[in-house]
Design a protein around this ligand. Structure first.
Ligand SMILES: Nc1nc2c(ncn2[C@@H]2O[C@H](COP(=O)(O)OP(=O)(O)OP(=O)(O)O)[C@@H](O)[C@H]2O)c(=O)[nH]1
Length: 331
C-alpha cells in the first residue's frame, strides 16, 4: 500500500476540499528522541495548546498523542511518541513496537537532541534505528537552546551534524540529517523555523483534519493522562513508571440545566504494589484528595464544563510485565 493510499485509508473526518490550493501540503511528522529530550514541550509549542503531557521525568508519554498544526500553506499532524529507548520490561518492548509502527507511517521524522547534554549512547541508538528508515527524511532538532551559550550551541550543532553523517550518512546509504534546526520551545525561539522545515517535507495534499481541531485523541485518553500527571506530581522519584490510569466511564449527567452541564468521570488509578497504594492515598487520604482536585481542575479546563471525578486506587501486581494487564490498560 502506498503512503498516499494509507493516508486515504485513515479515518480522517470527511472534508470539503474543493477550494483547497493545489500546492497545499499535508502529512504526518513524528518527533523522536531520548527521554526528557523536550518532545512534548516542542509539540505544545508547535500546536499552541497543551495537548501532550509534559513532565520533568522520563517516559511519561505512553500514548501517541497527535497535535495538529494548521498553517496557510500546510497542515502538519504531529505524533508525539514515547521515548525511543532500549527495551527493559515488556512495557518497554511495547513502546518500541509502537514507535516502529509510527515511524513507518510518517512523512518526516524530527529527532530531538537537547543542546545542554552531550550526545550519548541513547542518541546514537535512536539514530541507528532511524537509519533503517530508507525513504523518510530525518531532521535533527536541537532543543533547549536557552540553556546554553552561543558557543556551546555552535559546538552542539556541529556534533549533531557529525552524528547524522556518521550514523545515517553515505556509508549507510543515507544522506545524514536533512537539516539541523535549533529551537527553544520554552522561550518560543525558532519554533517557526522548525515548523517551516518540517512543513516543507510534507507531500502535496489537502488538509487531513478540519481547521481548529487540535487533537483526535479520544477525550478519555487525555483525561487519563491528566489524572496520571496529577498523581505523579511530587512522587515522581518514588513511582516513576508504576502508575497507570483507566477511565472506566465518562458521561454528561442527565437533568442538568442547559447552561451548567456536568460530566461524570469514573476512573481507576493502578499501581503495582500495596506500598505504592499507600503513597498515592497519603496520610488520611490527603494525597488522593489533592490528586482528585488537581486532576478535576485540569479536566474542567479541557472540557470547559464542571466535572465530578470518582477516583479509585487499585493494585494490579506487576502490571508492566503482564500482557493481560497491559491490554486492559489500553496498551
Ligand atoms: N529550558 C528549557 N527546558 C525545556 C525546553 N524544552 C523542554 N524543557 C524541559 O525539559 C524537560 C523534559 O521535557 P519534555 O517535553 O517532557 O520531554 P520529552 O522528550 O517529551 O520527555 P519524555 O516524555 O520523557 O520522552 C521538562 O522539564 C521541560 O520543561 C526548552 O526549550 N528550554
Amino acid at each position: 500500500m502506498s503512503r498516499r493510499d494509507r493516508r486515504q485509508d485513515r479515518e480522517a473526518p470527511l472534508l470539503d476540499v474543493s477550494g483547497v490550493d493545489p500546492e497545499f501540503r499535508s502529512g504526518f511528522v513524528c518527533l523522536v528522541g531520548r527521554p526528557n529530550a523536550g518532545k512534548s514541550t516542542l509539540t505544545n509549542a508547535l500546536v499552541g495548546e497543551k495537548v501532550a503531557i509534559t513532565s520533568s521525568k522520563p517516559q511519561t508519554t505512553r500514548h501517541t498523542i497527535r497535535g495538529i498544526v494548521h498553517r496557510d500553506e500546510f497542515q502538519l499532524v504531529l505524533v508525539d511518541t514515547p521515548g525511543l529507548h532500549r527495551p527493559r520490561t515488556l512495557l518497554g518492548e511495547r513502546l518500541n513496537d509502537l514507535v516502529a509502527e509510527t515511524l513507518n507511517e510518517v512523512d518526516a521524522v524530527g529527532m530531538c537532541i537537547p543542546a545542554d547534554e552531550a550526545i550519548g549512547p541513547g542518541d546514537r541508538f535512536i539514530a541507528q534505528q532511524l537509519s533503517y528508515l530508507r525513504r523518510t527524511p530525518v531532521v535533527a532538532i536541537v532543543t533547549k537552546t536557552d540553556k546554553v551559550s552561543p558557543q556551546q550551541l555552535a559546538e552542539q550543532l556541529l556534533a549533531v551534524t557529525a552524528l547524522g553523517d556518521e550514523v545515517i550518512g553515505p556509508e549507510n546509504q543515507g544522506e545524514g540529517f536533512r537539516a539541523v534546526v535549533p529551537v527553544s520551545a520554552v522561550q518560543g525561539r525558532q519554533v517557526a523555523d522548525v515548523e517551516t522545515v518540517l512543513g516543507d517535507l510534507l507531500p502535496e495534499g489537502p488538509p487531513l483534519y478540519p481547521d481548529g481541531e487540535l487533537t483526535d485523541e479520544p477525550e478519555a485518553v487525555m483525561v487519563a493522562e491528566l489524572i496520571r500527571e496529577a498523581a505523579l506530581e511530587d512522587v515522581r522519584d518514588e513511582l516513576p513508571h508504576s502508575v497507570a490510569v483507566v477511565v472506566e466511564e465518562m458521561a454528561p449527567r442527565e437533568d442538568r440545566p442547559k447552561d451548567r452541564p456536568l460530566v461524570d468521570v469514573w476512573a481507576s488509578l493502578y499501581v503495582e504494589r500495596d506500598s505504592q497504594k499507600g503513597i498515592i492515598i497519603g496520610r488520611k487520604g490527603a494525597r488522593l484528595r489533592k490528586i482528585g482536585q488537581d486532576a478535576r481542575a485540569g479536566i474542567e479546563r479541557m472540557l470547559g464544563t464542571d466535572v465530578y471525578l470518582d477516583l479509585r486506587v487499585k493494585v494490579a501486581r506487576d502490571w508492566q510485565r503482564d500482557p493481560k494487564h497491559l491490554h486492559r490498560l489500553g496498551m
